[in-house]
Write a new protein. Sequence first.
Length: 62
Amino acid sequence: MVSVSLFFYFPAFFCLCFFCFFFFSFLFFFLFCFVFFCHFYFVFSFYFIIIFLRYAIYCSHK
């Protein structure tokens, strides 16, 4: 009886572990990409605003 229950529970346990591993790896990958692209977006927008302000000040003092 114990061997039959182990035979039935082992594939389910293996699938559950595989699903959890896949889900958490996908979640970490998504969070990493989201943070990475948001970081680049904020950095580029920050540099663009600085360049635009310097250009506007340069044009106004010209």
